[in-house]
Design a protein around this ligand. Structure first.
Ligand code: SF4
Length: 232
């Protein structure tokens, strides 16, 4: 694992200061979004659909799937070609359709029903281990389901969070997302995970953009290594 350059206490303080600045700008800790699904399996399938596409396409595919097959039993019975057709707006439909049916099959086998609601009671680490064992489920997908749908303390790291954390200097360039996730879960107060996660994403989309970060208008520039030293 890539080691952070700062000692843990200093790093935790810097991240907290950064989150304070982002909260002052974006306010998602004070107004956390309610993204949870009553059934976490819905959140899991939605997150599978979100891979390599935008929120609009993801939501269109999920709505189309649920409209055609309201219950997961019906999706499982519909078969591969029908599922692939229903989720086409999300892109990569052949791969995602296969994954969705594999996941439903494993969940039914393990829980005796199309539900993973009881998984939250096993706690974060066990729930994460189970989610990661499912076909096509990686660290980001697992962390999203833990945080948004199970109310457990996970800090998903997407492309925006990875980029921002590297630029600000919390981790070296090239640090894998799973290492950034482990660092954030170690150094950030769990009460800040949800709002902090959404604040960083909004900052990454609106200010710390991939191709042209808007450093002169960034409220966190005083803490940022990229703003002080430029790209490394
Ligand atoms: S100062 Fe620039 S690089 Fe640093 S967080 Fe802000 S926008 Fe991103």
């Amino acid at each position: 694992m890539t080691r952070p350059a700062l000692d843990s206490k200093t790093l935790a303080r810097r991240i907290a200061e950064f989150l304070d600045l982002l909260e002052a700008r974006w306010h998602h800790e004070g107004n956390p979004p309610d993204l949870a699904h009553p059934e976490p399996l819905d959140g899991l399938i939605l997150t599978v659909l979100s891979q390599h596409t935008n929120d609009r396409n993801r939501d269109a595919a999920f709505a189309r799937l649920k409209e055609r097959y309201p219950a997961w039993e019906e999706v499982a019975a519909a078969g591969y070609e029908a599922v692939e057709d229903a989720i086409r707006p999300a892109g990569l439909a052949p791969t995602k359709g296969k994954r969705i049916l594999e996941i439903l099959n494993v969940v039914q086998r393990d829980f005796g029903r199309y539900s993973i609601a009881s998984l939250a009671r096993r706690g974060r680490d066990e729930a994460r281990k189970y989610l990661l064992s499912l076909p096509g489920v990686g660290e980001k997908t697992a962390a999203c389901v833990l945080l948004f749908d199970m109310g457990l303390s996970a800090f998903p790291v997407d492309t925006h969070i990875a980029r921002v954390c590297q630029r600000v200097g919390f981790v070296p360039q090239g640090t894998p997302p799973e290492d950034i996730c482990a660092l954030l879960e170690r150094e950030v107060d769990p009460a800040r995970y949800l709002g902090g996660h959404v604040n960083i994403i909004e900052h990454g989309r609106s200010v710390c953009k991939a191709h042209k970060p808007l450093c002169p208008s960034c409220s966190a520039a005083g803490l940022c290594s990229f703003a002080a030293n430029g790209p490394k």
